[in-house]
Design a protein around this ligand. Structure first.
Ligand code: SF4
Length: 305
């Protein structure tokens, strides 16, 4: 006669216990319920059938930035001579255009002109502004016309912000969150990088602060450690092992979820959704890279600056 293993255990006088990992089950449930960030919608990164997906088109204004963040890929690209020249990197009929992936777009005197040109040339595309927020004022915001704005904030205090960005602009960034949070015609997002050992405790505080200012969403992104930033991140206290842990990244998102509609990078999320609970709990992601490059061609006919 065949017994199931539970029946067999009982016949042997042992009450069977199901081995389970509660934390893994919670992570899996969290991932199953998450939807991609609004910024990722329309990006090839969400489509697992594409072998080499590329990011949305972008319009690059300048590689210059008034911040000098310890994790920044744009700085690395500038140092290696790989920063994109100003112009449109994309194709006809884009679903979304990011202004910009490199540098701080609000440093460019052409920002209003480029914004207007993109709106006229691509009336059906979602226009996403990606900025550090420090230069955004009410006057400038009134002249801009975006559908979505992402403001980077990785610390919940002036001191920590200074340590991460090397710029004393915390109050200006908070003010920018206030300006866009009040404007209900735009999707407002605080964009935060998960840097365990540096900003774990700040993440839920940033989520709470952003929500209190009317921000719609937090996009929590995993850290990519570029070779040239290694020493800076090490000096700031980065826990490199936890930076590669998917479970730690998800747990940080779960904490932030108590305060705001948190989302994690779409191209990561689609892969995590395919993992079972235990794999998700134990998996590591490759967090190291040498040089960031733009994989899209520049369209010279749309160069404006
Ligand atoms: S995070 Fe990934 S999916 Fe989202 S916009 Fe960037 S490349 Fe695309």
């Amino acid at each position: 006669m065949k017994y199931s293993w539970e029946e067999f255990a009982r016949k042997m006088g042992v009450e069977p216990q199901i081995l389970e990992n509660k934390e893994a089950r919670l992570l899996k449930k969290f991932v199953d319920e998450l939807i991609p960030p609004t910024h990722c919608q329309g990006c090839q990164g969400l489509d697992l059938s594409i072998e080499n997906p590329v990011h949305h088109p972008s319009y690059e204004l300048t590689p210059a930035c008034n911040h000098n963040c310890i994790f920044c890929y744009s700085n690395v690209a500038v140092k290696l001579g790989k920063a994109p020249k100003p112009g449109y990197y994309g194709w006809d009929n884009p679903k979304a255009i990011t202004v910009s992936q490199y540098g701080e777009p609000l440093m460019s005197p052409k920002i209003v002109e480029v914004n207007k040109m993109l709106r006229e040339r691509f009336p059906d595309a979602r226009l996403d502004l990606q900025t550090n927020g420090s230069l955004l004022t009410e006057e400038l915001w009134a002249k801009l016309d975006f559908d979505l704005v992402m403001i980077s904030l990785d610390a919940a205090s002036r001191e920590k912000h200074l340590k991460i960005t090397n710029a004393d602009t915390f109050d200006d960034v908070v003010n920018a969150l206030r300006i866009v949070g009040r404007d209900k015609s735009v999707r407002s997002i605080v964009r935060t990088i998960f840097m365990p050992g540096i900003n774990d405790e700040d993440i839920p505080k940033i989520a709470e602060l952003a929500a209190s200012l009317g921000i719609d969403e937090m996009m929590l992104q995993p850290l990519t450690v570029h070779y040239h930033n290694h020493i800076k991140l090490d000096n700031a206290g980065l826990d490199f092992e936890r930076a590669e842990s998917i479970a730690d990244y998800l747990k940080a998102a779960m904490e932030a979820k108590k305060f705001i509609d948190v989302r994690i990078s779409g191209c990561q999320l689609v892969q995590y959704k395919k993992m079972d609970a235990l794999t998700l709990w134990g998996a590591k992601r490759v967090a190291r890279d040498v040089a960031p490059i733009v994989k899209r061609e520049r369209k010279d006919s749309l160069k404006l600056v």
